[in-house]
Design a protein around this ligand. Structure first.
Ligand SMILES: C[S@@+](CC[C@H](N)C(=O)[O-])C[C@H]1O[C@@H](n2cnc3c(N)ncnc32)[C@H](O)[C@@H]1O
Length: 247
């Protein structure tokens, strides 16, 4: 059974991309239940159960990070997204700002105004979703510290600068798989293994890295042990400890 934590199928309609959360063509969403499972597995594999600073180093629109925060705010001290695509970072900022003070009520007001202007019931429904998400965020701990920065995931120096002294405990990322998004940057040939080495080098030893990709398996060599791996549908997921991936 792939799902060990997100064992029940829930209605995540409020989290649809392009409803409350900002989206644009070419920016893929991510299955919400799988995102939740990945986060909960990462938390369960940490030595300490204290809330985590969560980082996505290929954050795209930050759909994954935003959804995780809206589901698991109480397990987090903050979220950080980095990417090297400026259009993605613009969307990421908009999405992560929903987690800030008044972010979801402002989004609800914006959607309500659009519902009135265009007479579209979908905007009115999204406005209600934003209010529900705002209540949920408040119940789980309220606004969450967040940061967005430009950084090439293959460049440890740029990553270090982007983190600016922050020490992420959990890295969760949905890496490029060549359909809607592809690796870019000067060291793109280094692929998944290069990314793991680079990201690990800026983390504390006990940080946990969770990677989702398309296909049957997360393809990195076996010299570096995984904490666990599993598959859901067309996606494979693997968990690593930062200490096991230094190149
Ligand atoms: C599958 S998408 C991630 C989607 C994201 N998790 C979300 O929820 O929106 C992969 C992302 O990797 C980014 N990417 C590709 N090469 C990169 C690199 N060298 N450094 C950082 N990000 C990179 C792309 O710009 C793209 O946004």
């Amino acid at each position: 059974m792939a799902y060990r934590f997100a064992v029940t199928r829930e209605n995540h309609e409020d989290l649809s991309a392009g409803g409350v959360l900002f989206s644009a063509p070419g920016f893929p969403a991510f299955p919400v239940r799988l995102a939740s499972e990945m986060f909960q597995r990462a938390m369960a594999s940490r030595a300490s159960g204290v809330p985590a600073l969560v980082w996505d180093p290929c954050c795209g629109s930050a759909y994954l990070l935003t959804v995780l925060a809206l589901l698991h705010r109480d397990g987090m001290t903050g979220v950080m997204g980095t990417d090297l695509d400026d259009a993605a970072l613009e969307l990421a900022r908009q999405n992560l700002d929903l987690l800030g003070p008044g972010g979801l009520s402002a989004r609800s007001a914006q959607l309500q105004e659009r519902a009135a202007r265009f007479g579209k019931p979908s905007y009115a429904r999204a406005a209600e979703s934003a209010l529900r998400l705002g209540d949920r965020l408040a119940a789980l701990g309220g606004p969450l510290p967040r940061a967005v920065a430009h950084a090439d995931v293959f460049d440890p120096e740029r990553l270090r600068r982007a983190l600016d002294g922050r020490r992420p405990d959990v890295v969760i990322t949905d890496v490029p798989y060549g359909e809607q998004t592809a690796w870019s940057g000067t060291d793109a040939d280094a692929g998944l293994a290069g990314m793991l080495c680079s990201v690990s080098s800026v983390l504390d030893d006990d940080a946990v890295i969770v990677i989702a990709t398309r296909g049957r398996r997360v393809l990195v060599d076996e010299a570096h042990p995984r904490i666990a791996s599993f598959r859901v549908g067309t996606r494979a997921v693997a968990l690593f400890r930062a200490s096991s991936r230094r190149g």
